[in-house]
Design a protein around this ligand. Structure first.
Ligand code: HEM
Length: 221
């Protein structure tokens, strides 16, 4: 333990490692966040009653200039629920993988994952499973409201992964998406148009969830 700590302190990043980190931050941090905003706007356009509730929540928390503090932003339950439900239906990373570093026995299942073997975790399938989510294909942010959150089954909601390698940008991403919605919702209404595909169609065999087209109309309030 001691030698690991000393190494971590003494280690300096090489130029290649700095470039690799910067690249991952751009790759992991931009499409994921903009997709969440896109799919969230799409669901709000299809569910005007939820959009109205969100508008009321936002308007009751912004100041006279339409600004909101960091603390206030973190407190809005419906905004948080809308984004959580968007990430459940549209997880940017549709499956996660892990490689076993040692032989690992899975409790009393009789299964041992051998060292070097890869395990795939089908996030999209879990998020759309009726076993864990009633009316799994329906956009229902109320599942994530504080009074219902206790009903969620552990490890069945994985938009940011789990464990030591989960998304390092999660808090930043959530704040970014929340702030964007607060500012957009105040001024505009998302609406369904003739070009809005329902349901969406997806590109196949790509690592990120990728709809062929997400068209949402915008009306000035
Ligand atoms: C809504 C937005 C985002 C989503 C849905 C998302 C999702 C994910 C997922 C599923 C993983 C893999 C976690 C695992 O294997 O357990 C991941 C990893 C990662 N994400 Fe994000 N991410 C988002 C935004 C961001 C942002 C804004 C940044 C950085 C500015 C970021 C940086 C990273 C990095 C560096 C990793 C690799 C972590 C590691 O391997 O230790 N992500 N993200």
């Amino acid at each position: 333990m001691k030698s690991m700590a000393v190494n971590a302190i003494n280690k300096k990043l090489t130029m290649d490692e700095i470039v690799a980190q910067a690249w991952v931050f751009f790759l992991a941090g931009s499409e994921t966040t903009s997709n969440t905003l896109g799919y969230g706007s799409y669901e709000l356009a299809l569910n005007p009653h939820i959009q109205d509730r969100l508008y009321d929540e936002v308007m009751s928390s912004v100041d006279s200039e339409g600004e909101i503090s960091y603390d206030e932003l973190a407190k809005l339950p419906l905004l948080d629920a809308v984004i959580s439900e968007t990430l459940r239906l549209y997880p940017s990373v549709v499956r996660l993988d892990r490689k076993a570093k040692v032989d690992y026995k899975l409790a009393d299942t009789g299964i041992t994952i051998e060292k070097g073997k890869c395990v795939e975790i089908p996030v999209y399938a879990i998020h759309h499973s009726e076993e864990y989510y009633e009316n799994a294909h329906q956009f229902d942010p109320d599942r994530f409201m504080p009074q219902n959150r206790h009903k969620l089954v552990a490890y069945t909601y994985l938009p940011f992964g789990a464990g030591p390698h989960n998304c390092i940008g999660m808090r930043f991403a959530l704040m970014e998406v929340k702030l964007a919605f607060v500012h957009i919702i105040q001024r505009f209404r998302f609406v369904r148009t003739e070009q809005t595909s329902v349901p969406l169609e997806y590109r196949k065999a790509v690592p990120f969830l990728s709809a062929t087209s997400v068209v949402v109309g915008i009306q000035k309030r």
